[in-house]
Design a protein. Structure first.
Length: 60
């Protein structure tokens, strides 16, 4: 029974901490764009410029 004097305040503190972290994530824009990352995976990234190998050819 004595353990309840420890567990109840700890659970209330944990719920308060989770609430604060959730409020912070809402205010900082974590949930603004929920579909963007899913579409970003599907985009074709072939338009990336190739690496310049001009340094090897210009030394000769």
């Amino acid at each position: 029974m004595d353990i309840l004097y420890l567990l109840i305040p700890m659970s209330v503190a944990l719920v308060f901490l989770i609430g604060v972290l959730f409020w912070w994530s809402l205010r900082s824009g974590q949930f603004e764009d929920l579909e963007g990352p899913a579409y970003r995976i599907l985009r074709d990234d072939d338009s990336v410029a190739p690496k310049a190998d001009d340094d090897k050819t210009s030394q000769n």
